[in-house]
Design a protein around this ligand. Structure first.
Ligand code: PAF
Length: 290
């Protein structure tokens, strides 16, 4: 595996691979790898000739009050993990070269980016789509891999790729969970032992919602109440509970198609998200995203 730390070296590194065996699979990340990231790299390895993984903690997707400075960074550990999972090029550019002085261009997807996490983190998705557009232009991948835990992010990036006619495919892979049910996230490391108990309730709330939908409940307000009941603990501060169309993220009143149930909550100071797609055997109205 080649480690490329400078923007100027990435194109020559890609050119070293022979042109005719060059299906490029790309996994954009902010590092602090866990099994979720590793599953994306392994899948990219299976499906491509060259696997590029980027590690870049992107300042434009963090608000000033968020954890940009504190975000876990451990390239040495990540480097080993990426190599073992099949990465060919690990690209870790510096902030100054990605956003040089005078940088002035942003990519913004509307609608879906204003909902769910977009409400509580204004500007977050603009940062995500901007850095993804830049990375896609630099790496020129055939396929880009995202995890479904960040469902909204993956959908928004997919919207950008369609709207801007980018010549690449987005693949969204399943959420990887701990045995306890907690969805893997680089931020889980901030959780204290008692908070981990609270964090488990997110998945339990999703399972509860799925169970009552499967039992025939179609009224969204009753499903939301059932979720609230599970999460009703002093250590849990709910940001949103969204029961929405998986294609547009628009909230539903009645369940009349397969739905995305998405949650965000603060456990102490740690903001966690989780989601579940629940099928009701009715064809979705829009284009299917996963
Ligand atoms: O999901 C992430 O790690 C980031 O949002 C991404 C896609 C790498 C963009 O910075």
């Amino acid at each position: 595996m080649k480690l490329v730390r400078s923007l100027g070296r990435i194109t020559p590194a890609l050119k070293q691979f022979p042109e005719k065996e060059k299906r490029i699979g790309f996994v954009p990340t902010m590092g602090a790898f866990h099994e979720g990231h590793i599953s994306l790299i392994r899948k990219a390895k299976k499906e491509n000739d060259v696997v590029v993984v980027s590690i870049f903690v992107n300042p434009t997707q963090f608000a000033p009050n968020e954890d940009y400075e504190k975000y876990p960074r451990d390239i040495r550990r990540d480097r080993e993990k990426a190599k073992n999972a099949g990465c060919d090029i690990l690209f870790c550019p510096d902030t100054g070269s990605m956003y040089p002085k005078g940088y002035n261009t942003y990519v913004e997807v509307k609608k879906a980016a204003a909902l769910m996490c977009g409400r509580s983190r204004p500007g977050h998705f603009r940062g995500v789509t901007t850095i993804c557009a830049k990375l896609f232009n630099i790496i020129t991948p055939d396929t880009v891999y995202f995890g479904r835990k960040d469902y909204q992010q993956a959908l928004i990036v997919k919207n950008m790729v369609n709207d801007l006619n980018m010549d690449l495919k987005i693949k969204i892979l399943p959420i990887v969970r701990e045995k306890s049910g907690i969805a893997l996230s680089s931020r889980n490391r901030y959780l204290l032992p008692a908070q981990r108990e609270d964090a488990k309730l997110l998945y339990q709330a999703l399972k509860k919602a799925r169970k009552i939908i499967r039992a025939g409940e179609r009224d969204v307000s009753r499903i939301r109440s059932a979720i609230r009941k599970v999460l009703n603990k002093p250590g849990i501060n709910i940001d949103y509970i969204s029961i929405a169309s998986p294609d547009t993220l628009k909230r539903k009143r009645k369940i009349d198609e397969n739905v995305l149930i998405a949650l965000a909550a603060k456990i102490g100071k740690v903001r966690l998200i989780d989601n579940m797609l629940v099928g009701v055997g009715i064809k979705n109205k829009g284009a299917k995203i996963c």
